[in-house]
Every structure is written in structure tokens, then in C-alpha cells.
Design a protein around this ligand. Structure first.
Ligand code: SF4
Length: 290
């Protein structure tokens, strides 16, 4: 008898494992009490198939048209859960508030920055882009090759997908503000090192303090973990409303992750619908000809 999991399930498990790997989760524990574990050792199948964390029913369901909703966003009451214990030392608490700060002043203070190692490989500093009074700020991890070349955030393939996401929310890019945790491209698109994040994030904090958005959406684990100063995996709080320094914060997947895992777009769309409800946004109406 062929005891391998069906090909579709194997594919979903592979996708899900890649997703966990993207989040930095590489260790899995086999739940020996799971109902799916065969009683007899002779019926043992690969651990991945019977790991309780990745049952088929818990895998994301693909949706046909991810960023073009059929129905208006549902009003979902925000759930605020502080993630940082009050006693935890905060990177951001040590950043001095600057009186009458502006985005221009912050950019001038960054100057031709050489404060961390990332300056060595960059072409352009990617400061941020968009509405300086935006109610909604998207924060990513760091610039990629296209962003480094143009000096603008989210302009590559992932950026195009982010633009689609923003437009599906009934907004334009110019309505929101987009920036990253680090302003210079990490070599070979690696994740920024903790010391690079620590050195650069005061600028991000100042940007947020100046813009004063109602809602912050962290795109991916690096942005979420940096702001929330947590080591918890993003999957533990993705899609939940969190409180961060008086702002409502939601973490969701990075568009680059969605390019590799299109099935996760449905989960992101649900997260964005919560943001839309919070901001009173409606998806754009489709024209009759489309
Ligand atoms: S990443 Fe930030 S701290 Fe590092 S060199 Fe660039 S601007 Fe300076």
C-alpha cells in the first residue's frame, strides 16, 4: 500500500514549511498524541505528514481573486493586545523625542549615513515615500535591488504587489506612507543584523512620530519583531490588532513572501480588511465594463 501523503498535501506541506522557514522557524516537534499518528510503528509515515502543526485542515485555502474583494469589508472590532511587557527594556524608549521634528529634518540627520555596515554596499538610501500625514503606514524590512537603485521603497516585484494591495483597499500609494526598518540594502537581500536594526530604527521611530498614523501595518517578521521587540514568531500574532506606542498595529505577510506563496494572499486580504474597517475604507467599485 502506498503510505505517502497525496501529492497536493505534500505540496501544501512544502509551502507551509517554506513559510515557517521564512519566519525563522526551523524546529518542529512531533505530537505523538495527535489522532493522525498511526497506532502501529509499522504504519509510521514521514514526520512532516503527522506533525500536528501542519494538518491539512489548518493550511491556508487558496482563493481565486485575492486582492479584488466581492463584498465590502466586514466591521471587525479591534483586539488590542500589548506584546511587550512593561518591564522589558525598549529600544524605542531610549530615543529622544525631537521637538518640531519633520521628515526633512530626519532625512538631513541621516545624511550620507555610515553608522552601520550596510552603508558599504548601498547605492541609495531608501528613506521612505508617500503622504507625510498618512493615516496608514506600511513598514517593510529593508530595500532590495530595485529600491537600492531607485532610492524608493517597494518598487520591485514585491512593491508592485503591495501597490495592488493598497489599491484593492480603495487607496493609492500617495495616500499611504511606505518605509523600511533599515534604510540601506542588506547584501544579497539577507535579513538585517540586530545591530543594524538597532542603529537604524531610531530614524524609523522618528518617522512614525512625525507622521502619527492611525494604523501601522508591518510587512513581514523583521518589521513586526523590530517594532514589537518580540522574539515570538509572526504567525502567533499575524492579523491581530496590537497596541504600539499609541498606534494600532497589525502584522501581516511581506509581499515578497506572497510572491512565493500566492495561497497566503487570502490571509493577507483578511488582515487588510480589518485595516479597512478600522479606517472606514471601502474597496473600489468595479466599472461596468470590467
Ligand atoms: S541602514 Fe540606516 S544606520 Fe545603516 S548606514 Fe543605512 S541609514 Fe545608516
Amino acid at each position: 500500500m502506498d503510505e505517502r501523503a497525496p501529492e497536493s498535501l505534500q505540496q501544501q506541506i512544502e509551502d507551509r514549511l517554506r513559510y515557517y522557514e521564512d519566519l525563522g522557524i526551523r524546529l518542529f516537534y512531533r505530537d505523538r498524541t495527535a489522532a493522525t499518528v498511526a497506532a502501529s510503528p509499522s504504519h509510521a509515515v514521514p514526520n512532516a505528514v503527522h506533525t500536528s502543526a501542519i494538518q491539512e485542515s489548518s493550511l491556508p485555502k487558496p482563493i481565486a481573486k485575492p486582492f479584488f474583494p466581492k463584498a465590502p469589508a466586514a466591521a471587525v472590532p479591534p483586539r488590542i493586545e500589548p506584546l511587550v511587557a512593561p518591564s522589558a527594556p525598549s529600544l524605542f524608549e531610549s530615543v529622544n523625542k525631537i521637538k518640531d521634528d519633520t521628515l526633512l529634518k530626519i532625512r538631513e540627520d541621516i545624511g550620507d549615513c555610515t553608522r552601520c555596515e550596510l552603508h558599504k554596499g548601498r547605492n541609495k538610501i531608501v528613506f521612505g515615500d508617500g503622504n507625510p500625514k498618512a493615516e496608514l503606514v506600511f513598514i517593510g524590512e529593508g530595500p532590495g535591488a530595485d529600491e537600492d537603485a531607485q532610492g524608493l521603497p517597494f518598487v520591485g516585484r514585491a512593491g508592485k504587489l503591495l501597490t495592488q494591495m493598497i489599491e484593492a483597499m480603495g487607496l493609492q500609494r500617495r495616500d499611504v506612507y511606505i518605509c523600511n526598518v533599515v534604510k540601506c540594502r542588506p547584501p544579497e537581500n539577507r535579513a538585517p543584523e540586530p545591530d543594524e536594526v538597532t542603529t537604524c530604527s531610531p530614524y524609523l521611530l522618528r518617522q512614525i512620530d512625525v507622521i502619527k498614523p492611525k494604523v501601522i501595518v508591518c510587512l513581514g517578521a523583521v518589521a513586526a519583531k523590530t517594532l514589537l521587540e518580540t522574539t515570538r514568531g509572526i504567525s502567533q500574532f499575524r492579523g491581530q490588532w496590537l497596541e504600539w506606542r499609541g498606534h494600532k498595529l497589525m502584522a501581516t505577510y511581506h509581499p515578497a513572501y506572497l510572491l512565493r506563496n500566492p495561497n497566503a494572499k487570502g490571509e493577507v486580504w483578511k488582515d487588510l480588511q480589518k485595516v479597512m474597517a478600522e479606517l472606514g475604507l471601502q474597496p473600489p467599485k468595479k466599472s461596468k465594463s470590467s
